[in-house]
Design a protein around this ligand. Structure first.
Ligand SMILES: *Cc1c(COP(=O)(O)O)cnc(C)c1O
Length: 371
């Protein structure tokens, strides 16, 4: 759609844009490095790099030691775009075909369930695949129980289709809580499982919250995601608290500015009414673009660098803005929904969610621009 609609003659965007600052992405990677010392970094670019564009982000993270995605298709798309190097599929493969494709493309895979071992065993030929054995240390999502670890390890180590060395990993359920939540117990279970095998494999535990709050989890490989995009994973936190820079600025143009009489109900359901005769702006963004419908009236936006407030319900394609603090606002002026000068964390809190969801749910109509 966006492509056929084209750009207006004046060169201004007709709809919402997400400006992606690649220097912020590489800056944030350096922040991870400064925190984690000798640990190697797998930059997580799943979900289209949390909405930032996976290929663009992969290039901006060229200085990382590798990349990670959630699904096989995401990994294959990166390979098709010419992205080489270490690339891990966090969700692993589910069938023989996916396994063969990962092996052919030199993509690493997580192994977390017995069925995957069967598929590896049944694979007679082809290049060996690099495997990260996942231990469930308390999240109860993916992974083998610690008690099964040594058996799984021995089985995998005996398979010719599995590359050496094997890697081991786990994932934290609550590293964003004070004191790292249950992470110390999870680390203890992980180390106990590791002690049941003879070798000392390379290991990975830490997501962004682990990078920031659980230094004991840094180990051989860290796996930061959200912090690379400039957002804090900590409740109530802000990226700039950690020296991070927001990589995405979401904005949308004002399509009209008007003066409305006092007591006029604005938007669907008329949930907000003008307290006085006042200027109202309408901007071209809505919940179909990923701006949450349940944001309340009063949620901040920036108009020409000044704070203004959402007025009434977010509709599919449009929002209304109380422009009383912005008398100079004109049609075509950009409204910032989050990014430079307005943190995505603040907007996520207003929506009752986390920055991850807002970034990852940005809609396909939003034009991504490098800048
Ligand atoms: C998404 C994900 C990460 C990155 O998490 P952040 O909280 O964004 O840093 C790391 N590891 C696994 C297994 C993941 O699924």
């Amino acid at each position: 759609m966006a492509a056929t609609l084209g750009r207006p003659a004046a060169g201004r965007a007709a709809g919402p844009t997400a400006r992606i600052d690649c220097t912020a992405l590489s800056h944030n990677l350096r922040v991870v490095r400064a925190r984690t010392g000798e640990s190697r970094v797998l930059a997580v670019v799943k979900a289209d790099a949390y909405g930032h564009g996976a290929v663009r982000a992969a290039r901006a993270f060229a200085a990382a030691d590798g990349l990670a995605v959630a699904r096989v298709d995401e990994a294959l798309a990166l390979r098709r775009a010419g992205i080489g190097g270490t690339l891990l599929v966090l969700g692993g493969f589910g069938d023989r075909e996916a396994l063969d494709r990962l092996a052919a493309e030199g993509v690493d895979t997580v192994v977390h369930a017995p069925g995957q071992i069967e598929l590896l065993r049944a694979r007679a030929a082809g290049p060996p695949v690099r495997v990260w054995v996942k231990v469930d240390t308390g999240m109860h999502r993916l992974g083998f129980p610690p008690a099964d670890f040594s058996g799984v390890w021995r089985e995998l180590a005996a398979l010719p289709g599995v590359a050496r060395p094997l890697h081991a990993m786990s994932h934290f359920a609550s590293a964003d809580e004070p004191g790292g939540g249950a992470s110390p117990e999870q680390i203890a279970r992980f180390d106990e499982a590791l002690a049941s095998v003879a070798e000392t494999p390379p290991v990975s535990l830490a997501n962004s919250a682990g990078v920031l709050a659980v230094p004991a989890a840094h180990r051989d490989w860290v796996r930061p995601g959200v912090m690379l995009y400039g957002a804090s994973p900590m409740p109530g936190g802000r990226g700039h608290d950690h020296g991070l820079r927001p990589a995405m600025t979401l904005s949308a143009p004002l399509v009209t500015v008007k003066t409305i009489e006092r007591g006029a109900a604005v938007g669907y359901g008329g949930t907000w009414a003008t307290p006085e005769k006042m200027p109202l702006g309408i901007a071209a963004i809505g919940y179909a673009d990923g701006y949450p419908r349940h944001l309340p009236s009063g949620t901040p936006v920036l108009v020409n660098g000044r704070r203004a407030a959402l007025a009434g319900r977010v509709s599919m394609d449009l929002i209304a803005i109380d422009l009383r603090g912005c008398p100079d606002a004109r049609p075509g002026d950009p409204v910032t929904l989050w990014g430079d000068g307005l943190t995505v964390e603040e907007i996520a809190e207003a929506a009752g969610t986390i920055a991850y969801e807002l970034l990852a749910r940005l809609g396909p109509r939003v034009e991504r621009i490098a800048g």
